[in-house]
Design a protein. Structure first.
Length: 646
């Protein structure tokens, strides 16, 4: 039976792995109604608070990144057809002896592999060295694990990812021997190579160190100090107030503390601004240190310094946390710079899609949004969110292919629907997906016909047609990406019910943003506003009809039906109008079962035109007036002669 060494947790973690995995690192957001985070709904908190660190990310950053990254393989195996006959035979013999408990025979077989010429052991050399580490003890085992990495560096194949695993195995031996600093360094190197066991083991080490001697041994070495600071920054809630205060005091009292930037971040999060300022002044110029300085500047009212520091973080690291760009979005809006805000929000769209949509839908003008969208490349999805990265310490965390991932298509649809709501139908069409263009065109055609015709019956039919399209397909062609319709979530959820409102009054909202928000508001503030638009259009169609016609009653019925379960008061008003002014003999359940309006038949209720009054020629009228005047003069002359003279 042929076997191979498999990756496994260091022995240190086996007894405590369940405890480590049971402690959540942060909230999981796998599906609604858990929504992606946003910054604009509470800008004061977003700008002044510092996010909590993520321990897995901190573990990766404890040591510099390796110049060559070892492969991390889940279940690597050697294809028997590729290995040499001798290395395959020796490895099979060693594996059988190992499983039988004959460690001496196993070691002999694995040593035989390493004695072969290099060309005859390209596949099994790393396996043999790794297994020698498992069958030996103490320094001999340490040397064997070191040999695994040396062989990998020399070009021998590492098809099972054993070089990265050997770091953890060697670290375990050092930790058991009491060399905590070396163990922490090796676990940190393993984490830096991307091996999840490294972060898990570091979490166990720091917890164990705090439990045993309040972190004194870890605080004695720079690598241990960085580990403690990272733990305080990312796992503060696991500690009591006394434990937290003791660790901070211990580290802050050191003449030179490694990880001062993380420690400053931890005390800033705890609300100790003065100590945070003191510690960050002692820290290296890292991204976290700049972030803390930016927060302190904002608390002091110095937004210019804060913006400069945040920009320096983003400029120095293209993979800087989306949170940095999100905070720059809020500052740009507060400073009345909407175009800058859109650029920052788009960069952070993977983590904060609602913020990008808010700026696009409510802050930019339509023409500004057109220019921004037209300048975008392709339709590639945003990168995986910074705080939605698979966390090796939490197997249940959300998949990186998040359901809220925002693409260029989402932004193009936001623009298309804004153009439709503004009546700029021809401009909207190119931004819709091919599947939606026919529907958008049908609505645009109906609305255009209603606006241009001089025949009120044709106009009524067009308005009614538009109302039916708006009710059936309004979310897709007219709905708002955020509130009130929430088309970004297919209208299935309303985050504002959970206190999320990116346009709520806020001291950080600039005058330009407030004015633009008012100007870009949809025609109706209700949720599913397109239903109310459909109701209004049907009501307008009814008002064009003779009140005694079936078309008047049916159109009012459809107007009520479109919002029957959304606005009972409006339904009652529409019904009262029908009862007061409409015909009685219409077979329908008002607002529920409505017949199709008979617009053409409604024409019969128009009164026939009256014959026009005769138009007399002007000359005849003048002649008749002259004859009348002459006759009156002749009758008055005799009377004038009978008047006696004085």
């Amino acid at each position: 039976m042929r076997t191979h060494a498999s990756r496994r947790l260091p022995a240190l973690t086996l007894a405590a792995a369940a405890t480590a995995l049971a402690v959540p690192t942060r909230d999981a957001r796998a599906c609604g109604p858990e929504f992606p985070p946003d910054l604009l709904s509470n800008r004061g908190r977003s700008l002044l608070d510092l996010r909590e660190g993520i321990f897995a990310d901190e573990a990766v950053a404890l040591v510099p990144p390796p110049s060559r990254r070892y492969d991390v393989v889940a279940d690597g195996a050697v294809d028997p057809r590729t290995e040499s006959l001798l290395e395959g035979a020796f490895y099979a013999a060693g594996a059988r002896a190992f499983h039988a408990g004959d460690l001496a025979a196993a070691a002999h077989a694995f040593e035989a592999i390493l004695a072969l010429p290099p060309a005859a052991r390209r596949h099994r050399s790393t396996f043999a060295a790794y297994m020698l580490g498992r069958v030996r003890d103490g320094d001999a085992a340490i040397r064997a694990y070191q040999q695994v990495r040396a062989l990998t560096d020399a070009g021998f194949l590492d098809e099972a990812g054993l070089a990265a695993s050997s770091l953890g195995q060697e670290a375990r031996l050092h930790y058991r021997a009491g060399d905590t600093a070396t163990a922490v360094r090796l676990y940190a190197e393993q984490a830096a190579h991307g091996h999840g066991d490294g972060a898990t083991s570091l979490l166990i080490v720091v917890r164990d160190g705090i439990r045993v001697d309040h972190g004194a041994e870890l605080a004695a070495s720079p690598i241990g100090q960085r580990l403690l600071a990272a733990y305080l920054y990312s796992r503060r809630d696991e500690l009591t107030d006394e434990q937290y205060a003791d660790l901070v005091d211990r580290l802050a009292a050191l003449p030179a503390v490694a990880g001062a930037d993380r420690l400053a971040a931890a005390v800033y999060r705890a609300g100790d601004w003065d100590r945070a300022a003191s510690l960050v002044a002692r820290a290296d110029d890292s991204a976290i240190a700049r972030w803390v300085r930016a927060k302190l500047a904002l608390r002091a009212g110095d937004t210019a310094t804060a913006e400069r520091l945040l920009a320096s973080i983003a400029d120095a690291d293209p993979a800087a946390p989306d949170r940095v760009s999100g905070e720059r979005t809020a500052l740009a809006l507060a400073g009345d710079r909407p175009l800058d805000a859109m650029a920052h929000a788009w960069r952070a769209r993977a983590t904060f899609p609602e913020d990008a949509l808010h700026v696009a839908e409510r802050v930019l003008t339509i023409d500004e949004l057109i220019a921004f969208v037209d300048a975008l490349p392709g339709d590639a999805p945003a990168h995986a969110p910074d705080d939605v990265v698979a966390d090796d310490l939490d197997d249940d965390f959300v998949d990186v292919d998040s359901w809220w991932a925002m693409t260029t298509t989402d932004l193009r649809l936001t623009l298309a629907r804004r153009l439709m709501r503004a009546g700029r139908y021809a401009e909207a069409s190119p931004y819709f997906t091919p599947a939606l263009r026919p529907t958008a065109l049908a609505f645009a055609t109906a609305m255009t016909r209603a606006a241009r015709t001089g025949d009120r019956f044709v106009r009524a039919r067009a308005l009614y047609d538009a109302s039916r399209i708006a009710r059936r397909d309004g979310l897709e062609i007219l709905g708002t990406s955020l509130g009130p319709d929430w088309a970004f979530y297919d209208a299935q959820f309303d985050p504002s019910d959970h206190g999320r409102d990116p346009i709520a009054p806020d001291p950080w909202t600039g005058a330009v943003e407030r004015a633009r928000i008012a100007a870009s508001a949809p025609s109706d503030p209700h949720r599913y506003h397109y239903r109310f638009l459909a109701s209004t259009l049907a009501e307008q169609a009814a008002e064009l009809m003779p009140h005694q016609s079936q078309a008047f009653a049916a159109s009012l019925c459809w107007s009520a039906r479109h919002i029957f379960y959304r606005d009972s008061e409006r339904v009652q008003r529409l019904y009262a109008r029908y009862v007061d002014r409409g015909p009685a003999a219409v077979d329908m359940d008002f607002g529920q079962t409505c017949p199709e309006p008979e617009f053409d038949r409604a024409r019969r209720f128009l009164r026939p035109p009256r014959a026009p009054a005769p138009r007399w020629p002007l000359a005849v009228i003048v002649a008749l007036a002259g004859v009348t005047v002459v006759a009156l003069v002749r009758r008055l002359r005799p009377l004038g002669r009978q008047v006696p003279r004085p």
